[in-house]
Design a protein around this ligand. Structure first.
Ligand SMILES: Nc1ncnc2c1ncn2[C@@H]1O[C@H](COP(=O)(O)OP(=O)(O)OP(=O)(O)O)[C@@H](O)[C@H]1O
Ligand SMILES: [Mg+2]
Length: 474
């Protein structure tokens, strides 16, 4: 049966309220009974006291034979009868003394004996027969002892009830406690855990891992949420594949037209030189012919350079990883370009020697490309600074190549990583340097970014993980 989280929480809530209502009702009932009992005890104490008063006057009479004592005793006996009848009508349900009728009979008999005694007195009998005295005393005694027993019994019952109520209250806390623990466990297992799974999955998606989330079989809102998320991931994957395909086609087009354009110029020049040579083959002007041939060779060199760059662009599809000290890699790259750095450019290296990483040696080409570009951007000289630092929390390190050159205008900065994009004059740059650099950084699961201000300089910032997770294909 599928129960939604809302229904589960509602159910727990109803059980909780039901249990609380039961405990409350039980405690209200105990309170009510207790109240009744206390009233009964008060009434019975009154009764006992009234009987004791009657008996006191009865005893006084037998000492003094004063008629007034009998009148008083009789009065108290009547009051006792009234109290007893009142208890019987009002509290019969709650009293423990079930044979109160018997007690009424006893009071009535006692009262009648007193009436008979008063009659004797009024008729002028001065001596009361001893058996009458004995009878009245006996009746009084029975009555008081019975009433004392009843009062004692009721008091005991009240004490027991108070003790029982305490225990019941304590015991009632047990199911409440168990239910609270169950509700807490329910929230942990049914709400917190699936939420954590979904949170982890979303973090993965945010970091670019578009794998489907494992299904949760909870039968509630979480299950449908995971299904919806997986649909969304599938759709994202489909869209990103379409996008990659479109980008591939676009860059293939750019690459083809770039190659065609770049190779067309030197080929045209070579063709023109050859045509002139063919036409003027008979002429004696050797100097001119040599000039044409040297020109054609230069164009061939340019063509070869373009082809070399293209090969570099497409080369080394698999990374060959090596454990290196990054400072050594930087030093080796600097050695490579040292001869191309004019005297008016000052190179500063701020790279600590504690950066150890496992990277492909093509990272050296990245540093060379960035330094070369910086040199080309500083026709009037300036500073190039190479900085690097460990970033342990990101499990990698970053490095920067900073120059004080001409900077990159805003409308150009978005294109610098495109293949064949160059601002250099024809024959000076192929425009492949940064696109190769970008590819190498991607291949290492790293990244490269640029910030620049025209007239002030440019900073290229790169990040590389310490280790490559697998052999990566470009
Ligand atoms: N440090 C820099 N300062 C200013 N502009 C830069 C800098 N680095 C790159 N650029 C701009 O980006 C363009 C593309 O650079 P990229 O390295 O890809 O090609 P390139 O240097 O022109 O040619 P090559 O293929 O010979 O490297 C450059 O032509 C230049 O306009
Ligand atoms: Mg370059």
């Amino acid at each position: 049966m599928k129960i939604s989280i809302r229904e589960k929480i509602f159910l727990a809530f109803v059980i909780f309220i039901g249990l609380s209502a039961l405990i409350w009702a039980r405690s209200y009932y105990s309170q009510y009974i207790l109240n009744q009992k206390i009233q009964i005890i008060e009434r019975k104490y009154d009764l006992l006291n009234t009987i004791l008063e009657a008996r006191r006057y009865e005893k006084n009479y037998f000492l003094s034979f004063d008629k007034e004592n009998i009148v008083q005793a009789l009065d108290y006996a009547r009051q006792a009868e009234d109290i007893l009848r009142n208890i019987l009508t009002k509290y019969s349900k709650y009293t423990l003394a079930k044979n109160l009728d018997q007690r009424i009979n006893e009071v009535v008999t006692y009262k009648e004996s007193l009436v008979a005694l008063l009659k004797l007195q009024e008729e002028g009998y001065l001596v009361v027969p001893p058996d009458t005295i004995e009878l009245i005393r006996k009746q009084g005694k029975i009555l008081t002892s019975e009433l004392e027993k009843i009062v004692k019994k009721e008091s005991q019952f009240v004490q027991d009830l108070i003790g029982k109520s305490k225990t019941i209250h304590l015991l009632a806390l047990v199911p409440v406690f168990i239910l609270s623990v169950l509700v807490a466990l329910f929230l942990v297992f049914n709400v917190n855990r699936p939420l954590k799974t979904i949170e982890n999955a979303i973090t993965k998606i945010a970091s670019g891992d578009f794998n489907n989330i494992p299904e949760i079989k909870t039968g509630d809102e979480f299950e449908s949420l995971v299904v919806s998320l997986n649909n969304m991931i599938d759709e994202l994957n489909k869209r990103s594949k379409q996008l990659i395909q479109a980008q591939k086609l676009a860059s293939l087009g750019r690459l083809t037209s770039g190659v065609a354009h770049e190779l067309n110029n030197p080929l045209n020049n070579i063709s023109t030189s050859i045509q002139i040579l063919i036409e003027e083959i008979e002429e004696d002007d050797l100097e001119y012919k040599k000039e044409l041939l040297v020109g054609a060779e230069k164009e061939v060199e340019r063509g070869k350079e373009i082809v070399r760059s293209l090969l570099e662009f497409a080369r080394e599809r698999t990374l060959t990883l090596k454990q290196v000290n990054f400072k050594d890699l930087v030093d080796s790259a600097i050695k490579h370009v040292k001869s191309e750095i004019p005297d008016n450019i000052h190179l500063k290296v701020e790279v600590p020697d504690n950066i150890q990483a496992t990277v492909g040696l093509r990272i050296k080409s990245v540093i060379i490309n960035l330094i070369t570009n910086a040199v080309h951007a500083m026709k009037d000289g300036g500073d190039i600074t190479i900085k690097a630092m460990n970033e342990f929390d990101r499990k990698g390190f970053s490095f920067q190549v900073i120059d004080t050159g001409e900077g990159i205008p805003q409308n150009v900065i978005t294109k610098i990583f495109d293949p064949f994009f160059t601002t250099k004059e024809v024959g000076k740059g192929s425009g492949l340097g940064l696109s190769i650099t970008y590819g190498i950084m991607e291949q290492h699961r790293g990244n490269i970014s640029v910030s620049s201000e025209v007239g002030k300089g440019t900073t290229f910032t790169c990040f590389l993980p310490f280790r490559q997770s697998e052999q990566i294909e470009l």
